[in-house]
Design a protein around this ligand. Structure first.
Ligand code: BTN
Length: 255
């Protein structure tokens, strides 16, 4: 692994919880770090194992989308966790808060979280989370755009990067280490049964989302409402036609 990455992990080792540097695996190129981490978990890999790559050739986002992962321009990593069912339910939201906090600690950039799995700056996406579960483990995949890159036009219009927002270079390894440290801390909070505190932290970072119009698909119908809160189980609560609707999965759009 790059020396600077090893140094950044060593410097924050006492805050990494289960993500000890000895459980960190680095690849210069892979298909998807989520696939590697899932294979590792299936083979009995320890909780806290992390797989990261400089480049992904088959990076995946939610709903089967491609996650563009050019070399050297982002953070592409996946962590193996073994939470209980309660903690697993809120893990995507916990990872979103952790990534927002890790980006702030490692670069100074302030971001917002957006249900269910996005980290945004001024309406453009800077990071996303893909949590994929099996009975015995959850793989938390984190993709962060660090440097401006030649994204395809359909991605470029709605994406941004930390460096693009700040107008200066940032230390990619410091951001990575800070995100892992923040994830360790939020995961510990969930494991202690403090889901309420996690949701409060999420709400604090979701100010830009509450009160906004949201669209979702219900069968064949596109419905529209106003995002008003998040439920104790992580569902998005939307006011639509005088009723509160719970959205638990699927695609939501923020027109
Ligand atoms: C999304 O916003 O739809 C989620 C994007 C998640 C991308 C990350 S990059 C590291 C990990 N490996 C993958 O193939 N996907 C996740």
């Amino acid at each position: 692994m790059p020396e600077e990455l090893a140094a950044a992990l060593a410097a924050s080792a006492d805050r990494l919880g289960p993500f000890t540097p000895s459980r960190f695996r680095w690849f210069s190129e892979t298909g998807s770090t989520n696939d590697l981490a899932a294979a590792l978990a299936d083979a009995g890999g320890e909780e806290g194992s992390v797989v990261a790559a400089d480049r992904q050739t088959a990076g995946r986002g939610r709903l089967g989308r491609h996650w563009v992962s050019p070399p050297g321009a982002g953070i592409y990593m996946s962590a193996v966790l073994r939470p209980g069912p309660d903690a697993a339910r809120l893990l995507t939201l916990a990872a979103g808060v952790a990534v927002a906090d890790g980006i702030a600690a490692g670069s100074g950039l302030r971001t917002d979280v957006k249900w269910p799995n996005d980290v945004h700056v001024g309406g453009r996406k800077v990071a996303g989370i893909l949590a994929e579960g099996a009975a015995a483990h959850v793989v938390v995949g984190i993709g962060i755009n660090v440097s401006p890159a030649a994204y395809p036009p359909e991605v470029a219009v709605r994406a941004t990067s930390i460096e693009n927002e700040l107008g200066r270079p940032v230390d990619r390894w410091l951001v990575l280490a800070e995100c892992l440290a923040a994830l360790a801390s939020r995961y510990a909070q969930l494991q202690r049964g403090e889901g309420g505190a996690l949701l409060a932290a999420w709400r604090e970072r979701a100010g830009a989302m509450i009160g906004r119009t949201v669209e979702w698909t219900d069968g064949d119908t596109v419905r529209r409402g106003t995002a008003c809160d998040i439920a104790a189980d992580g569902a998005l609560l939307v006011r639509a036609s005088d009723a509160i609707v719970r959205i638990v999965s699927g695609e939501v759009r923020w027109p």
